[in-house]
Design a binder for this molecule. Structure first.
Ligand code: ATP
Length: 352
């Protein structure tokens, strides 16, 4: 049995027609870092709040550790669920020192143990020297680590974090993704993180849960989700992709699309039309002029620093959406030129 289980959990807010969370099932293992990822309004925060006990499901069952924290006959209050919460704005008490902020989460502990534990978790998050400062005297990233220390201090079963990186600028955000993951791993804590940012999710998680309209679309490791997205929504939400539709050849391994035949990594079981394939931009490999299986006109080139992003249109089909292809920065590619490329079969994926 998994450490945390959500079984058929639904939330229909009163006065609304459509469930905010619709019959979701999710199993989380002890020590896992899981991210709930999806666009605004997809039900991430509601799911997190139901786990915390701030919101009650309309139906379903939630188990944390040995304890059924919610089912149709029972609702354990938030303070008895063994949960540590890190809020988006950190919610530190401005009039208390960092140490006292952390000790606040330990109000049920013996007073002689509280200070020692606060010191221990402040060391863990790398803020041992900041114990006597006030929140206004430390940086945003440090405030976030204090919030995490406060959540970890009582040794919760699980830490829940709501958009933990959204208040941080780009550089600090990257550092905090690294720091937060390290701290959670060292503390050996199970964590569930809500974010709408794919980079956050991929950087910190063992598994990512993509949600849309209250429904789980896919649960997978970042690598698996990127390489084998289940449907068009996931393919487009986690990174850039090219979606092409076509008919399957008799050999069950090639799809006839507007750019030509695309080979699938594995043959399908039966003939069908309207097959959708997702091809990642890095799945297209630029080759010498005329040497590739596909060629198209370059409409636009943008530089990311690490690669060039080419928007390529096809001679046969100039009205369709251009394909996005990544090319190495050392290639000199002009707008209006024709590029020739091949598609790496293992980066092609059939999607629903
Ligand atoms: P965001 O990233 O914008 O925070 P989210 O994915 O966390 O979005 P939720 O906050 O869980 O989404 O909201 C899911 C849906 O439930 C939305 O349509 C929202 O408007 C609705 N909703 C949330 N809270 C309530 C409420 N208290 N009463 C009615 N509807 C609500």
């Amino acid at each position: 049995m998994s450490f945390i289980q959500l079984e058929q959990v639904t939330k229909l807010f009163s006065g609304t027609q459509k469930p905010a969370v619709d019959a979701i099932n999710l199993n989380i293992e002890r020590g896992e870092i899981i991210t709930l990822l999806g666009p605004s309004g997809c039900g991430k925060t509601t799911t997190l709040r139901m786990l915390a006990g701030f919101e009650q499901p309309s139906t379903g069952k939630i188990t944390i550790g040995e304890q059924v924290v919610y089912d149709n006959s029972n609702a354990i209050p938030p303070e008895k669920r063994g949960i540590g919460m890190v809020f988006q704005d950190y919610a530190l008490f401005p009039h208390l020192t960092i140490e006292k902020n952390v000790m606040f989460g330990l109000n049920k502990w013996k007073s002689k143990d509280r200070k020692a534990r606060a010191r221990e978790v402040l060391e863990l998050v790398g803020l041992g020297d900041f114990a006597q400062r006030f929140p206004s005297e430390i940086s945003g990233g440090q405030q976030q680590r204090v919030a995490l220390a406060r959540a970890l201090a009582p040794r919760p079963h699980v830490v829940l974090m709501d958009e933990p990186f959204s208040n941080l600028d780009a550089g600090l955000r990257e550092k905090m993704r690294y720091d937060v993951t390290n701290i959670l791993r060292k503390a050996n804590t199970t964590a569930i993180i809500v974010t709408h940012d794919q980079k956050d999710a991929f950087a910190v998680s063992d598994r990512v849960v993509v949600m849309k309209d209250g429904v789980i679309q896919q649960v997978a490791s970042p690598r698996e989700m990127y390489r084998c997205p289940k449907n068009c929504f996931v393919a487009q939400f986690v990174g850039k992709t090219n979606l092409l539709t076509g008919e399957l050849d008799k050999d069950l391994k090639h799809v006839r699309t507007s750019i030509g035949k695309v080979c699938l990594p594995v043959a399908l079981n039966e003939i069908s039309d309207n097959i959708k394939v997702s091809i990642r931009p890095e799945g297209c490999q630029i080759v010498a002029a005329g040497a590739g299986n596909y060629s198209g006109h370059v409409e636009r080139v943008t530089y990311s620093g690490e690669y060039q992003e080419l928007y390529v249109n096809f001679q046969q089909n100039k009205t369709s959406e251009p394909m996005v292809i990544y090319a190495p920065i050392e290639e000199n590619i002009e707008v209006g030129s024709v590029v020739s490329f091949n598609i790496k079969t293992d980066l092609v994926c059939v999607v629903e």
